[in-house]
Design a protein around this ligand. Structure first.
Ligand SMILES: Nc1ncnc2c1ncn2[C@@H]1O[C@H](COP(=O)(O)OP(=O)(O)OP(=O)(O)O)[C@@H](O)[C@H]1O
Ligand SMILES: [Mg+2]
Length: 236
């Protein structure tokens, strides 16, 4: 007998990854992508937005707290993703970390204007940079995530883990140690330290409402973006 799971899923379109999370993200969910420097967090976010616009007809907003949006768009173009082709459906914006007080208001306006269905916020590490203490960072992060959960879109927050994260899954999963508790799913990107092909690795640590495939999956960054290698029947 076959059981059909009727729950809608929002496909990331990242090869292999949707299989790990049983078809895609949960509608309206907030998803954390964490990892050390250079592990592929930004490319993951760009690919999610690009696939949304080009394959699933879902407008996407990419928010960066790094000043140079041109560099970001050039990174996307290097993967073959020409963001300038979709000016009405795809938007990258810069928000200054020292103007964080008005961020949620601006975010809501931008999402409404674009009718965005996908949002990436890159990264919580830079988001919290100008805030004076951990209490303030947590307060603003809760406010941000609460706002995102009310809107009908799926979001990714990236977070840099100092030291690169622990491949065993122990230790902190995000920059401020709160993002993982308020996010619906947590994906960690690592360098496994093995070198060669299998050096990049991905693991889904938690995902609310989803029985994700467990374990470490080899990941590659190719000239067309991220590919996660999932063998059939692996970790079932
Ligand atoms: N065309 C490509 N082919 C293979 N690897 C690439 C390609 N373009 C970029 N990369 C790899 O992707 C890495 C950068 O990924 P990305 O910028 O997404 O990382 P990040 O986790 O956002 O880093 P940071 O913490 O510095 O923001 C580079 O270090 C490089 O190794
Ligand atoms: Mg980055």
């Amino acid at each position: 007998m076959y059981y059909i799971i009727s729950m809608d899923r929002i496909k990331t379109g990242i090869p292999g990854y949707d299989t790990i999370i049983q078809g895609g993200y949960i509608p309206k969910s907030v998803n954390l992508v964490s990892g050390g420097a250079g592990t592929g967090k930004t490319i993951f976010g760009l690919q999610f937005i690009w696939n949304g616009v080009t394959r699933f007809l879902e407008p996407g907003l990419y928010v960066s707290f790094e000043e140079n949006i041109r560099d970001l768009e050039a990174d996307a173009l290097a993967m073959g993703w020409d963001f300038s082709k979709y000016p009405k459906k795809l938007k990258c914006i810069y928000h200054a970390p020292y103007e964080i007080e008005n961020f949620v208001d601006r975010l809501e306006k931008e999402i409404n204007q674009l009718k965005a269905k996908r949002v990436v916020i890159d990264s919580t590490s830079t988001f919290g940079m100008a805030l004076k203490d951990d209490y303030e960072v947590r307060r603003k992060l809760y406010e941000l995530i609460a706002a995102l959960k009310k809107i009908d879109c799926v979001s990714i927050l990236t977070s840099e883990i100092i030291g690169g994260g622990d491949v065993s899954g122990a230790g902190s999963l995000s920059r401020f140690g709160v993002e993982e508790f308020v996010s619906d799913s947590v994906t960690l990107l690592y360098f496994a330290g093995l070198g060669g092909h299998s050096d990049r690795t991905l693991r889904v640590i938690k995902s609310r409402e989803i029985n994700q495939k467990k374990g470490l999956f080899p990941m590659e960054i190719t000239s067309k973006g991220i590919v996660v290698h999932v063998k059939k029947d692996m970790y079932e």
